[in-house]
Design a binder for this molecule. Structure first.
Ligand code: ATP
Length: 309
């Protein structure tokens, strides 16, 4: 069965400079290459989920600038429904990204049109109600995120929250979250606990299920009343980790919506994320379902041969 997902989130044009080493404050360096790539955590998760085989609707906003139509076209080109993507006065969101030769990145996000999404528009509640899950991140105003989460809960739709960029979470949002997916830095920032396993367990006071992503170390799942499970990453030569987490979440939501148990969904999502980090660009680097299946199968086979799991 196809997983239906609605994403309420940001749409940004990523302005990406590739440099040997990132500049320090006051320093100017030459980059080797510049690209504009559609991005934003919402759009990244939407495109990742659609490429992974989900039926995806995007709720958000773009500006009346040159980037707006390109962002809309990028989503539509990945088969994401854009009928609920509004066009508003002013600039689109932009993310100014510096990627260094080690594949690390630093990012400045200017919200632009995303800042206007402070609530739901007519039809959005129905779009949320029709989905298996609503994917949320924190690049929209908190009132907008909360409005989406409330609508999902009212219709019994599962909510998946990526708490990024990390910021204090209102108690109401946590109470409306079914699955929280922080990376290890966000988990530490939100709980004040550096150890990801202890941080994940601390979230269970507020949220029934948590997946903490651990970069090349994989991901960790905890749920109330069950033992924590760690799922390894799929080994990859990282070129650009910009959207690793969003690719992981998009694929995870698709696999879970298909009824696959969480550890299996995490392993499948790890295959998707490993393919994404091996290619430059955010949304343009996301693998399709066939590629994810192939990577997942190859990894399981290699693990069986070496006696790991
Ligand atoms: P980003 O903010 O860069 O989008 P993130 O910090 O949210 O990423 P990570 O925890 O770094 O998320 O990575 C998410 C998932 O991507 C990991 O659980 C892992 O499966 C995969 N991944 C990330 N980095 C690597 C890597 N170097 N090699 C293989 N897999 C990776």
């Amino acid at each position: 069965r196809t997983t239906a997902l609605t994403v309420l989130g940001s749409t940004n044009m990523d302005l990406v400079a590739y440099v040997p080493a990132a500049p320090r404050r006051g320093e100017t360096v030459f980059g080797r290459e510049f690209r504009t790539v559609p991005g934003g955590k919402g759009t990244n998760q939407a495109i990742a989920a659609a490429r992974a085989g989900g039926a995806v609707t995007m709720i958000g906003a773009v500006g009346e600038d040159d980037f707006g139509p390109r962002l809309r076209a990028a989503l539509a080109g990945a088969d994401v429904s854009v009928e609920a993507l509004r066009t508003v006065a002013g600039p689109s969101g932009t993310a100014h990204i510096v990627v260094d030769d080690d594949g690390g990145n630093s990012i400045v996000v200017v919200p632009g049109a995303n800042a206007t999404v402070t609530g739901l528009a007519p039809g959005d509640e129905e779009r949320i109600a029709a989905a298996d899950a609503l994917l949320l991140q924190l690049e929209l105003p908190m009132e907008g995120v909360l409005a989406g989460a409330r609508a999902a809960r009212a219709h019994g739709v599962r909510t998946v929250l990526t708490p990024a960029p990390a910021q204090p979470l209102p108690a109401e949002l946590l109470a409306l979250t079914d699955l929280l997916v922080p990376n290890e830095h966000e988990a530490a920032a939100l709980t004040g606990i550096d150890d990801p396993r202890r941080a994940a367990l601390a979230f269970l006071d507020d949220v029934p299920e948590v997946v903490v992503t651990l970069g090349a170390a994989g991901s960790l799942y905890v749920a109330r009343g069950s033992e924590p499970v760690t799922v390894p990453a799929v080994p990859a030569r990282a070129v650009d980790t910009t959207a690793a987490g969003d690719t992981f979440v998009g694929a995870l939501a698709v696999a879970h919506g298909e009824g696959r148990p969480m550890p299996e969904a995490m392993a499948w999502a790890a295959s998707a994320a490993a393919l994404a980090v091996q290619r430059a660009g955010a949304s343009s680097s996301m693998p399709d379902r066939g590629e994810i299946d192939a990577g997942y199968g190859a990894h399981a086979e290699a693990a069986a041969r070496t006696g790991q799991h």
